[in-house]
Design a protein around this ligand. Structure first.
Ligand SMILES: [Zn+2]
Length: 316
């Protein structure tokens, strides 16, 4: 971690938990004041950790700036742009949307105005086209709570989509976009910086946090993907949510999802109902992990997947 250099960006808004519309457990209280942090994880490669909302990264090159993800509202994207401007005057040339959740692309219009070219996996493009309205609907509580005008959110689609992988050479820096199959979401894109040994892992990885499993078509596949990125020649793992991670954090998440998968599959095979599972499966070993308070919802979503073969939430 020798490159790490952290700037604390004072968070002017009243910080609220990511699960704004949910009841919060005791573990959610102390973390509300975690400030936004910008860290230079490798020369010219910055990571913005926004605990209450979603994360971003940007790479400054002599050809311009590449940004990963675009926040949840144009106003939040303006704040991201201001943070980028503290590190460089270079033009914003490229934006990668790692997956089609609104908290990662609803701010696209700001970077479109800056002249950026947008890149995403073809399934992310499909999800944006089909599910923009439902994404908007499920984020109305956030907009209200943050006093952000939803009508300012415009659908800006990727200009370039890819299938398996795409390698960019920008001002002498190499950036690899990888699709390893659906993890948390169809279209999940990993952005690897091979020389810097850093990867931005978007939806599938968030350090020390229960990820929402209601979008995945297969937890087994998701675990496989996490294990495959854990053995890559990478030192720093950046999630779409959560703080900076290392290999051990990725392996911990894989193990947690594996246990979740095993327990629920076993209960399902025994004929337990959704209600019985929600009542009896506690996953107590993981009760200190962020978002544990949403466990009932997670169990219920996975039951739905096992019963119907389809994720509870949107699928392309
Ligand atoms: Zn997200």
């Amino acid at each position: 971690m020798r490159y790490l250099r952290t700037f604390i960006v004072l968070c002017s808004m009243i910080a609220i938990s990511h699960g704004f519309a949910q009841a919060t457990g005791s573990g959610e209280v102390a973390e509300k004041n975690i400030p936004i942090q910008v860290t230079e994880v490798a020369p010219g490669l910055y990571f913005q950790y926004h605990h209450q909302e979603s994360n971003n990264a940007w790479l400054v090159t002599s050809d311009g700036v590449l940004v990963i993800d675009a926040r949840q509202h144009p106003q939040r994207a303006e704040e991201l742009l201001a943070a980028i401007r503290k590190t460089t005057d270079q033009p914003i040339r490229w934006v990668i949307n790692t997956h089609a959740h609104g908290d990662h692309y609803f701010g696209n219009s700001v970077f479109k105005r800056e002249g950026a070219i947008f890149i995403a996996h073809q399934d992310t493009l499909g999800m944006m086209q089909q599910h923009f309205d439902s994404e908007m609907n499920r984020r109305q509580g956030y907009f209200r709570q943050m006093k952000l005008d939803p009508s300012l959110v415009k659908l800006v689609l990727p200009d370039i989509s890819f299938d398996r992988s795409l390698t960019l050479n920008l001002g002498g820096r190499v950036v690899e976009l990888l699709y390893l199959g659906p993890g948390q979401n169809p279209g999940d894109t990993f952005v690897r910086f091979p020389k810097e040994k850093v990867i931005f892992a978007g939806g599938p990885f968030s350090k020390a946090s229960w990820p929402n499993p209601s979008f995945t078509p297969s937890i087994t596949k998701w675990v496989e993907i996490l294990r495959s990125i854990a053995v890559m020649d990478i030192d720093i793992y950046l999630g779409g949510h959560g703080d900076i991670g290392i290999k051990e954090d990725v392996i911990k998440e894989a193990k947690m999802l594996e246990d979740f998968d095993y327990e629920i599959r076993s209960a399902y095979a025994k004929g337990m109902s959704r209600e019985e599972m929600v009542r009896e499966l506690k996953f107590s070993a993981y009760r200190d992990i962020r978002n544990y308070y949403r466990m009932n919802l997670f169990i219920s979503s996975y039951y739905h997947l096992l019963k119907t073969g389809k994720p509870e939430n949107a699928y392309p």
